[in-house]
Design a protein around this ligand. Sequence first.
Ligand code: HEC
Length: 216
Amino acid sequence: MKKFLIITGCIAVIVAATSCQRVRRGTGHAYMPDMGYSVAFETYAPSQERLNNYEAHYNSKPVEGTIARGDAFPYKIKNDSAGLLQAVSVTNPLTALDEKDMQEAGRLYLVNCGICHGTKLNGDGPLFKGGDGPFTSKPADLTASKMTEGSMFHVATFGKGMMGSYASQLNTKQRWMVISYIKSKQGGANAGKTNGTPDSLSMNKAKPDSATVAPK
Ligand code: HEC
């Protein structure tokens, strides 16, 4: 019995000592390697051509002249002094807005412009508050503005003075809608009608009318 234990012990020691020495040079077999290791497609590398061969153009620029869905009016005039002059004669491609669109235009105005220009468009929004607000530059009184729709659109697109561009917040169509809304409030066909001023959306309803700030 003792002998047996010694022999088993020796075998165990030999196995333990030799089992760690085996140098494995093969990687073994991978099951379905294409699933385990995806083929690298380098987006900006020449392998883009390979993708193109598969008719996959996901990294290509849109074809020139492409217009985003729902944005049907490209505006090509540049943001320079010549552009500003050109803009004067640009006409609003949107013909009379129906009530629903005018309502939406009013909403867009309140969300994007009303904070400065005011719900009454008199340039006295909550950010300015007759000079007491945090915005120090007096927003233009849009009711008194003699600007054409084209010029207004140009301003909404590129900004003016302390006013920034609204081209990234509002698409071309939405900007024209806002201009239609402003014009309707300036004494156009819809002047005086409540349509387009969703009262529930008014941001400074409780505020007394401080339209005493003289228009420029
Ligand atoms: C952060 C405040 C602010 C917001 C928001 C703002 N504006 Fe203005 N806006 C101004 C200021 C300030 C001026 C005056 C710029 C100047 O003449 O130097 C101005 C001027 C204008 C003018 C020029 C009017 C004129 O007769 O000179 C138009 C048009 C106009 N804004 C339209 C808009 C529209 C449309 C929006 C919303 C898309 C908007 N603004 C949002 C601050 C703002």
